[in-house]
Design a protein. Sequence first.
Length: 696
Amino acid sequence: MDEKETERIERINPFFVDYGTPHDTAPFDRIRMEDYEEAFMEGIRRDNEQIEKTINNPEKPTFDNTIINKDDDREGYYDLLDRVSTVFFNLLSAETNDEMDALAQRMQPLLTQHANDVRLNKRLFERVKAVHRHHRRLTPEEKMLLDNCYDGFVRSGALLDEAGKERLRQLTEEASMLSLQFSQNLLKENKAFTLHITDQAQLEGLPQTAIDAAAQNAKERELEGWVFTLDMPSYSPFMTYSTQRELRRQMYMARNTVCTHDNSENNLKICQRLVNLRREVAQLLGFKSYADYVLKHRMASNVRNVYHLLDQLIEAYKPTAEKEMAEIEKMARRMEGKDFKMEPWDQSFYSHKLQLKKFNIDSEMLRPYFELSRVIDGVFGLANRLYGITFKPNADIPVYHPDVKAYEVFDRDGSFLAVFYADFHPRKGKQGGAWMTEYQGQYIDRKGRNIRPHVSVVMNLTKPTADKPALLTLGEVETFLHEFGHSLHGMFANTRFESLSGTNVWWDFVELPSQFMENFAVEKEFLRTFAFHYETGEPLPDELIDRIVKSRNFMAAYACLRQVSFGLLDMAYYTQKKPFEADIMTFEKKAWKKAMVTPQRSDTCMTVQFSHIMEGGYAAGYYSYKWAEVLDADAFSVFKKEGIFNQHTAQRFRDCILSKGGTEHPMTLYKNFRGGEPTIDALLKRNGIKKRKNNK
């Protein structure tokens, strides 16, 4: 037996044993590719074994022997399947490769089949149903868990006949695979495109930060010149500053036609099929449409309320948005001639010119004051000032990539609160965008120990270059604050059951903590705590801060309608009651037309890259961002009144909302903090939109 074979036999899969790491964090440095599949299969086996024990228990079904032994009994029998799934699927988004993609394709059908086996297990459901009908006196949190458990079975088909269950299996397994394929196609298409420039004259107008980053991109690819990509830190400055209209067109068309080409990464048919699969699932379960199915467990409650919000926003914002676009077009014609016709790839360029004219400010002026390490200090300092928590780097906590930083988080009293991972920059195996996730959720075990969470924020912020640190835009600072708000929701979790802790809340409530934090980005008192020039150390000048505040609502109405248009598109797909056979690109243009204030191109498509609603969990829920924006504006108005750093107000926000997870109805939690239900007034005021008399 050779040495390699001996090592294979003697080595223990790290998922099978105590991690032996600080705070039992995932041992990324010890995990090998072959460990995942072995752990998945063993996790499924253990799951099935535990279910057999439950359904064969001769004792009468009770809350304690049927419900919670599945949810929080980790002692001596941790949830292996959850353990490996969490690590694998988080890395599939943040640090994937061809091997992981292939394994995901193999495992996804097995995992979906297993999930169906659990939810459609008749004997297990009979025990759950018996407990739901007859149980001991429960605490409100226990009652919420029981209701969620029972309803989860019902919404997964437990009440269907055998033919219905079999059809549901087919639909969910196909949808699961298509969602994965959608995601993998999008990543491949986005990473495949580069704009390679060798003529320095074609860099005209670009700020030095963008040029340096492009030079570094070229060097990493062993190319001469400069390379621009579809990652936002590269794409956005190019579209804003480049004077090369034809190159702007190429970049715009590349980004807005991904996954529409005649190749293996085309997502058009996948999207059409996903819409139909979800519609059929909902109708099989007794709902008119997938939106009706989803909204039963949302604050909005029904389709009518969603459209009421979207229509209300269109009525309030569209007149201003039309004026904003007219002003940009006027600026463009003044610069280029009266016959100039604006195209989508011109909008950022001339919008920037108008912003400069009106406010003498742009993102490049601010970059030198937003050096990443200082922004980190500022964001952490904000959390300390509000909630008294502190962040301490810990190099002994394993990470999955050198870019990732790991921190221990301590509460006001010095007790350990959470592990926090920060992953800031784009790279080859990383999806675009920004998100927060968890490697371990918070819960209280049977011995009464409060098991603290391990949360992670993953972003695609501007990278450092050979001679400059990472210098962010104000928009990137807002992105950091947004994801950090989600992480606070996770870190402050203080509930008994993991399935109710942290961000495990209804989808149109989960964005409140994140969007709430964005408000601080333009607050002078906050900016003064960290915004110092990376070379001179000079603070961000007051007059520049004043210009930031004054320009806050520049193009705010257009930005609002853009989000509304995405909400309309989402609802158009998922309110379908009949088989969806329309051409995706044509359907899309019609679906969001009433929110549009600029002409649309027939050869571009958002749907095929709309991860939120196709594979990210926001199907029939994208309106949530605007719903939560009403909440966050209303909530922040309390801080504006009582002081943006008021610790008493912050503690109330933590106690009433951030620590409660999904233990109560979201509106109950919000009213506990606010003292009443929110209105649209604070949002209209914040955005500088004059409120109409008939808006209620």
